[in-house]
Write a protein that binds this ligand. Sequence first.
Ligand code: ADP
Ligand code: MG
Length: 265
Amino acid sequence: MPVPTELAIRTLNLTRTFEVGETIVEALRGLNLEVIKGQFVALVGPSGSGKSTFLNLVGGLDRPTGGELWVDGMELSASKERALTEHRRRRVGFVFQSFNLLPRLTALENVALPLIFVGVPERDRLDRARELLVQVGLAERLEHRPTQLSGGEQQRVAIARALVSHPTIILADEPTGNLDTATGAEILSLLRRLNRDQGTTLLLVTHDAEAAGFADRVVRLRDGQIAAGDPSHGLSPERHSDSPAGALSSAEVSASPDQSHGGRP
Ligand code: ADP
Ligand code: MG
């Protein structure tokens, strides 16, 4: 009997449509994707293919217009606002291309900040923030403000902040986009190490072919769907209709692309 593998993310015909004036933009057009807990997935694809839209949905920053989205066994597509807020605060950590640190706060204060919103006392907030800054190699930069740090250091602070509330998923949207190649590679190594050490699921958007080499799996998006020819393309959404919480056997997970084309809609 194969041991059931837990899914971090599962989508069923997921859509997100934007209306701008008279124009309708279909950013996601029926996305079917499953990500196993702890996996490091690189999401690649041309500009405008829906990568950021998808990350925002998984992070609970935005809502789908159709289909289902399950994250850690919770159906976000059917969740109330309060549950989405909890999801954002406790389950996900975001890392952005532009770092998004608060300029007036020190590295330590930036990292500790998210813990205010989940009610952690100050002493514990600072202890935890310090511990994470040490893990990302910034033990000597605790009191520095963002302008006193290099780009790579700022992104390390942002990564420490993303991890501070023990999220189960890290969502990184082109985290190396503002960094030189060598610094970008260091950031990717760091993300991979943290993913391995902490078992956190990592969804990394990148259009850097090299970046994809750090991941366990590469998923290609095109026009709001899994690109034709991608190993994940054409997986039947009906396949797991008997397991709404998203359980998936390891045999199914490792099924070859040819086998999984059987139930294609
Ligand atoms: P990517 O991150 O792959 O470059 P996005 O997910 O940002 O792509 O965008 C996918 C498509 O959806 C694009 O055509 C974009 O213009 C459109 N889009 C994204 N966000 C919005 C929005 N808030 N309002 C209107 N259109 C949007
Ligand atoms: Mg984007």
